[in-house]
Ligand binder design. Structure first.
Ligand code: FES
Length: 267
């Protein structure tokens, strides 16, 4: 059921990144980490169209937070909406992440604003863990402090070396797995497709598994545009894979569900 979501606050976090808080208790009470909502953005010309947004956080008193990047007309309009404006929201949608067990250490790998889509997972985990956060440059790193406040150890990588490890966040993952081979990690990732594919292949090569959110691929969010398809393993067909719509079957997939190409397929 669509719900009116009154904007409580809407502010710039950094550069093109914004954070909006909606009062929408009906969605908050059902939301699990990694799920998304469809938002009809008020004042938008084609406002009948809904946009999918990952849910960053929900609170017991009905506040749902979305962190978004201004990338087009919709998000540009959203960034101008003041407190008191009402958008129309539906959800939550998607399968979401599973929570770590008591004896597992959450190990979250986030690229860009993938940190927003994994924040609720960190918050709802039984104890703190490690966040590996990567971005092109320091200006694209967001929410590191929010994870640190939850007690997470935060390690940062940037492509240009402006802060933290100079290189890819998957290199930090490799290092972490090498340094602590005996650790019982609950591994989750969210970020650009290249990062997630590299991460998935690395986990399988190490005999591990993990949960990867492909939410960055979504466009319509309702199964209509097929912009979000990903190849998933399907041994019942000759080629060994089929297309899955991220918005319908995801956005979270296990690393071993994703098809990485014939060279990575099991014999
Ligand atoms: Fe359009 Fe999935 S986002 S079909």
């Amino acid at each position: 059921m669509p719900q009116p979501g009154e904007i409580l606050s809407n502010r710039q976090l950094k550069g093109e990144y914004f954070k909006v808080e909606f009062y929408v208790p009906e969605i908050c009470e059902k939301t699990a980490p990694g799920q998304f909502t469809h938002c009809q953005i008020a004042r938008l010309r084609d406002r009948m169209l809904r946009r999918p947004f990952s849910i960053c956080n929900v609170t017991d008193d009905g506040v749902l937070t979305v962190v978004y990047k201004v990338v087009g007309e919709g998000t540009e309009m959203l960034s101008t909406l003041p407190a008191g404006e009402v958008c129309n929201l539906i959800g939550p949608f998607g399968n979401g992440f599973s929570l770590p067990a008591e004896n597992q250490i959450p190990l979250i790998v986030a690229g860009g604003y993938g940190s927003a889509a994994t924040y609720l997972l960190a918050k709802n985990s039984p104890h703190s863990g490690i966040l590996l956060l990567g971005a092109r440059t320091e200006a694209d790193l967001i929410m590191a402090d929010d994870f640190a406040k939850l007690g997470f150890e935060v390690k940062v990588a940037t492509d240009d070396g402006s802060i933290g490890h100079h290189g890819l966040v998957t290199e930090l993952l490799e290092q972490t797995l090498l340094e602590t081979p005996e650790a019982n990690f609950h591994i989750c990732g969210c970020g650009p497709e290249g990062m997630l594919m590299a991460m998935g292949k690395m986990l399988l090569a190490e005999g591990l598994n993990g949960e990867l959110s492909l939410d960055h691929r979504m466009c319509c969010g309702v199964g209509a545009c097929f912009a979000c398809v990903v190849k998933v393993v399907d041994k019942s067909v000759l080629q060994g894979w089929r297309y899955a719509r991220t918005c319908r079957e995801g956005p979270v997939f296990k690393a071993d569900e994703i098809y990485y190409g014939p060279e990575h397929a099991e014999a």
